[in-house]
Design a protein around this ligand. Sequence first.
Ligand code: BYC
Ligand code: FE
Ligand code: FE
Length: 467
Amino acid sequence: MSLQDTIPNNVDLNHDRRLKKALESWQPKFIEWWKEMGPEGFQEKDIYLRTAVSVDKDGWADYKQVKMPDYRWGIFLTPEEGNRKVGFGDMIDVDTFDEVPGEFRNALRRLIVTQGDTEPGSVEQQRLLGQCAPSLYDMRNLFQVNVEEGRHLWAMVYLLHRFFGKDGRDEADDMLERRSGNADKPRILEAFNQPIDDWLSFYCFTMFVDRDGKFQLATLAESGFSPLRRSCRFMLTEEAHHLFVGDRGISRVVKRSAELTRESGGDPYSLGGIPLNIVQKYINYWVTYAMDLFGGEISSNAADFFAAGLKGRYNEQRKYKDHSGNEGEFEIPVVQGGKLMPRAVPIRNAMNELLREEYIADSRSAIRRWNKIIAEEGVDFELSLPHKRFHRHQGEYAGHFFNNEGELCTEEEHAVLTEALLPTEADRALVKSLMVQVTEPGQMANWISPPAKGINGMPLDYEYVKL
Ligand code: BYC
Ligand code: FE
Ligand code: FE
């Protein structure tokens, strides 16, 4: 573990001088990008942040007040485990690879670049949110998420520099060139080009888009390419906090909205709260973009990744007996002659859909918890997940129109549904009108209820950001 180095790491950078030099020349470009595209207006403030300082199960994190540009972005891989065999695909029981096999070079590079590109994308999307944070507690959580997404970029850039030579260095530079939402050089995946300019969007994003991160990272954490597997394992420990921020954020909004719905007799906005049907629309919006992130329902890319032992299934080792992925088929409805018809697809080609199903099940359990909160307030309203075919831009269902029951519909019907089920300009304006920055320690904006407790055992009214 080299924590004092300019780049904290547990990959023995000191013994690879060329790599170290290459990363040290990328570092100032990263910092420049961070200052330009990271959280606006808070770079010189002291923030109570957690920094990764080791990969031990207990106590890998150090909490203290730091300025974001001084955050110790480092390279951390979980330790090599005992069993060092590829766990699935065509190479089961072959030794895991510590170097990139030539025939998988392009596939691996694509996976790493796609993963890496999301990280700075999310930081860019969230850069103005500090200015309307509902509390110092939330503001700090936002910045914590942001610095960790920055570290996730470092994790992927390390792999690019270490294993992909000049191509890898070029890709690492391009990560700092693309920009969320930019027409000429957008981020690769569409969810990372959608604006996030209010906190309801932020919570939905960390709940539902970071959750795609959890599932994608989990499949890469099964990878036969050891450095990728070990990088993603450690990223997952940080990801848990991002999901916490999203899940609890929505819980707190839902609780406050339900309270104000009850108190106002059905018009929470009159008391400064967000109507629950608007919360539902925001959920629909972000979940449908998250559905796209799993890629095509039927994908030869996914089959190739699996065959090569690069990207497994969720909980591949724990959940499945057959790891070849050659047994059985998965039925996927496809559009044929204007109708939805079942098609039996070999499991390997259905990997994206299997993962999407895992994601849906995970998200459903959160929806159930939120509905309990609403019921406890005595309000008659139920949240739900949108149908996986509704409002899709990628895969089998893109280019067709589906209603929220998953049935084909006409373009006109779809336009009406879009208006009813996705945030309108007026909805967005309403939410935005409630976004006011609250800077008094311990105080909350009126539209959200307080969290159950503070961070790392600190009181709720601790000054998490010193303004
Ligand atoms: N937008 O065979 P297909 C996270 C492209 S989130 C735009 O259907 P495949 C985070 C696709 O690239 C986790 N393009 O899909 C969260 C392909 O293009 P080419 C991110 C898309 O390849 C919050 C074509 O369509 N990690 O970490 O099986 C904050 C056909 O592709 C989209 C990963 O995604 C889209 N949504 O699967 C911060 C893991 N979907 O090759 C961070 C790495 C597909 O024809 N990536 N396309 O030009 C992958 O595993 C796969 O690339 C995907 C796509 C699952 C994304
Ligand atoms: Fe991340
Ligand atoms: Fe994340």
